[in-house]
Design a protein around this ligand. Structure first.
Ligand SMILES: Nc1nc2c(c(=O)[nH]1)N[C@H]1C(S)=C(S)[C@@H](COP(=O)(O)OP(=O)(O)OC[C@H]3O[C@@H](n4cnc5c(=O)[nH]c(N)nc54)[C@H](O)[C@@H]3O)O[C@H]1N2
Ligand SMILES: Nc1nc2c(c(=O)[nH]1)N[C@H]1C(S)=C(S)[C@@H](COP(=O)(O)OP(=O)(O)OC[C@H]3O[C@@H](n4cnc5c(=O)[nH]c(N)nc54)[C@H](O)[C@@H]3O)O[C@H]1N2
Ligand code: SF4
Ligand SMILES: [Mo]
Length: 710
């Protein structure tokens, strides 16, 4: 008997697709996009279309394992481990964590998790309760989005923006550091619709992405210089009186300071042209077109904030619709993320108050996940002694890979990894635990690219002995008796349904009328921005800032931010040449700017191991311009050494038109798939962004040479 189950794709992707899974006799036999989901519109990306290959891969981890052979890349995979029962695994982990806590204090335990699943429960709920009650170090999850997210907040006060559906109504669309075709493909049909109606698509990206290839205009900006471009655009717009003076006076704060800033010589088009590599006339053209085409919308993505200036880049770009007033128009405005609109009850889900029941009786210290190498190698009496990894593959995704690996190899470090597959990180695990995929558990799903809530139903039974993150941390909490005694808490016994109810129960008007029962019956529900029960009003285009209502301290769009000033940062925005850029001293030794980018057909390092996905991505390439290749005697196909002071890696030169002179590009991949056991993160640094303390993957200088054996 066949049946169809509605689920939601939980991968770290703005689209959060509605998914239909066909089940035959307990087996999933088909996956398709939900045709009624307003953003999914019946199709899935190339990665998830092949999801049955992932769920039923012969390489899935199916039972707990304990290490038998020494840690390291030499002892990868099943032969290095022996099978144990869940009972043994939970006992061993519980006693080890307790021993670490007793001897070194609970902050010697570090949870490490990120985007394996963005499902509300399996991303951050029972795990957080567990680690809070334990008193473990808190992890500042900065590896992806904090620079841009925090910067957006300084202007808008809320992480939200233009609805994707409204892009269809736009006449001028800027994809700014946003590889829409690769990373946010469900926005694409709306852009195509707009273009059929005469809209222009401009892509601002140092790399010629799939999106750039399809665009009307590709502006190949120098990496890390977007703040200079945005300030210069505002200079032209203000100078030519193309801004919306009425909107500015009613709804923004600090316009005079902004005007003074952009009129400085540093932001004259001629200067900015030198910084950004964009011809002066193109800067004028872009500014004028953007300010006069109506409506104009900006899809800015996290690409612009993975550099040392990341926060200021996003801050300056976000000011553009605030001065043109394009927030007033359907199809105007800007989107970086919509995640802040979902008013989940995070306190109920994550229970930070439980830290007061931990042996610490206070909030635990915070460790920045983008400095994992540093955290593991710092020798002090507060050293990390145990790492618990789930939802992440730090031995591949964290910057400064060589230090991360040195840290993970420490003989005194106890490491647990909860995973679906053997990964780069399981090479350093003492215990491996098998995790379910989203087919195998129930979830609550928000989004960072649209405004629909979904319940993802369980489609099949867990494979082998796999457990969801929720079940794992519930079992571990019960094993450690967190539900008993004077510091006990009933939250460790909650069911998944009770947790979903708790998450939805925030009392926020946008959640009004949205219950688990409704989400189980309806495939997706848009946030209730009207706060009333009127069905018509619910489908009206939502314009969050049409009449101000910014959620900053002042209630206005803050072009001048007192909060940034208090942090010693520029309260408006300014360009400071990144330490790792063509404009810096270091460029004498390492003259090329490396973009260690995401693959269009993988999701960070998820899917890297699957043959069906590998077929779609040519591995181990270093893309470079003919100018830089010729200067080094390198031809297409040559083996090249890419190096800097942190590491080196051999790749294959691809001399194509993807990057301009001075920039090289390579893809993030599993280190273990490279013959040398390394990936591009051997080159990236643990330097943090100025706002949000985020990772700076795209501020990375390297040198390239032809290998001698080529
Ligand atoms: N297919 C696929 N989809 C994904 C992912 C994936 O790995 N693969 N990852 C998911 C995740 S975790 C995230 S955070 C989102 C991210 O989605 P995006 O933000 O779109 O991600 P990136 O690919 O990091 O960056 C976008 C573009 O920014 C460009 N860029 C780099 N530096 C600069 C700069 O200084 N200025 C400008 N203007 N552009 C710059 C890059 O070349 C890249 O093409 O995508 C998600 N979706
Ligand atoms: N050089 C370079 N490095 C980067 C980036 C880049 O663009 N360039 N991008 C950065 C960005 S934006 C991000 S978001 C990070 C991403 O960093 P991560 O979030 O670590 O991303 P993935 O590599 O996809 O690893 C996620 C792992 O979680 C596992 N997983 C999936 N579902 C579950 C589950 O339900 N339970 C458990 N326990 N595990 C699960 C998957 O099998 C996978 O191995 O990488 C960062 N690193
Ligand atoms: S990865 Fe993104 S585009 Fe692909 S199915 Fe999941 S949510 Fe949709
Ligand atoms: Mo990310």
């Amino acid at each position: 008997m066949k049946s169809v189950v509605h689920a939601a794709c939980p991968h770290d992707c703005p689209d959060a697709c509605g998914v239909l899974i066909t089940i035959d006799d307990g087996q999933a036999v088909k996956i398709q996009g939900d045709p009624v989901h307003p953003m999914t519109r019946g199709f899935l990306c190339a990665k998830v279309t092949k999801y049955l290959d992932r769920v039923y891969s012969p390489e899935r981890l199916l039972y707990p394992m304990r290490r038998r052979l020494p840690k390291g890349k030499e002892n990868s995979g099943p032969a290095a481990f022996e099978r144990i029962t869940w009972d043994e695994a939970l006992n061993e982990i519980a006693s080890k964590l307790k021993a670490v806590s007793d001897e070194f204090g609970p902050e010697a335990i570090l949870p490490y998790s990120y985007g394996g699943t963005l499902g509300q429960l399996n991303n951050a709920s029972m795990d957080q309760r567990f680690f809070h009650r334990l008193g473990a170090s808190q992890l500042n999850r900065t590896i992806c989005a904090t620079a841009g997210g925090d910067a957006l907040l300084t202007v808008l006060g809320k992480k939200m923006g233009t609805e994707p559906e409204q892009f269809a109504k736009s006449k001028y669309i800027i994809a700014w550091g946003a590889n829409i075709h690769g990373n946010n493909v469900h926005l694409w049909p709306f852009i195509e619709e707009a273009r059929r109606n005469g809209a222009k698509l401009v892509v601002i990206d140092p790399y010629r992405t799939r999106t750039a290839k399809c665009a009307d205009w590709h502006i190949a900006i120098n990496p890390g210089t977007d703040v200079a471009l945005a300030l210069c655009m505002m200079r032209v717009i203000i100078h030519e009186n193309l801004h919306d003076a009425d909107y500015v006076s009613k709804y923004t704060l600090g316009f005079d300071e902004l005007r003074a800033r952009v009129m400085e010589d540093a932001y004259a088009p001629e200067r900015v042209s030198q910084i950004t590599g964009i011809p002066v006339e193109d800067i004028y053209k872009l500014a004028r077109e953007y300010a006069t085409a109506r409506p104009a919308v900006i899809r800015v993505n996290y690409g612009v904030q993975r550099s040392e200036n990341g926060g200021m880049n996003v801050r300056a770009i976000t000011m553009l619709p605030c001065i043109t007033g394009s927030w007033k128009e359907v199809g105007g405005g800007l989107q970086l993320s919509t995640s802040g609109a979902f008013p989940f009850n995070k306190e109920s889900m994550q229970r930070p108050d439980l830290m007061m029941k931990s042996p610490l009786r206070r909030a635990a210290r915070v460790i920045n996940m983008s400095e994992l190498g540093k955290a593991l190698l710092t020798e002090s009496n507060s050293a990390v002694k145990a790492v618990f990894v789930y939802n992440s593959n730090p031995a591949a995704v964290a910057p400064n890979h060589n230090d991360v690996v040195r840290g993970l190899m420490r003989p005194d470090l106890f490491t647990v990894v909860h995973e679906q597959f053997f990964t780069d990180t399981t090479d350093y695990a003492d215990i491996i635990l098998p995790a379910t995929t989203f087919f195998e558990h129930k979830e609550l799903q928000g989004s960072y690219g649209h405004y629909y809530l979904q319940v993802s139903n369980q489609a099949i039974a867990p494979l082998g002995e796999c457990k969801s993150n929720v079940d794992l941390f519930r079992d571990l909490a019960l094993r450690m008796r967190f539900d008993e005694g004077k510091d006990s808490d009933a939250c460790f016994r909650e069911t998944v349904d009770e947790m979903i109810d708790g998450a939805l129960n925030s009392g926020h008007e946008w959640m009004k009328g949205i219950t688990r029962q409704r989400l189980e019956a309806e495939p997706q529900i848009r946030l209730n921005f009207t706060g009333n029960e009127d069905a018509d009003a619910k489908s009206e285009p939502y314009l969050p800032f049409a009449s101000g209502k910014f959620m900053t301290a002042s209630g206005k769009a803050e072009l001048h931010s007192a909060q940034l000033a208090a942090q010693g940062l520029d309260p408006v925005a300014s360009f400071i040449a990144p330490k790792e850029s063509r404009h810096s001293e270091r460029a004498r030794e390492f003259p090329l700017e490396l973009l260690g980018r995401k693959a269009d057909n993988h999701l960070n390092t998820t899917f890297c191991n699957l043959p069906s996905h590998q077929k779609m991505e040519e591995p181990h390439l270093l893309e470079m311009s003919p100018v830089d290749a010729n200067a080094r005697g390198i031809r297409d196909g040559d083996a090249v050494r890419v190096f800097n002071s942190r590491g080196e890696l051999t790749l294959k030169a691809r001399v194509d038109g993807a990057v301009r002179a001075g920039v090289v590009a390579a893809k993030l991949d599993w280190a273990r798939l490279n013959p040398e056991g390394k990936n591009i993160n051997v080159l990236t640094s643990e330097t943090l962004t100025e706002i949000g303390a985020g990772a700076t993957f795209y501020s990375c200088l390297v040198q390239v040479s032809k290998t001698s054996n080529a």
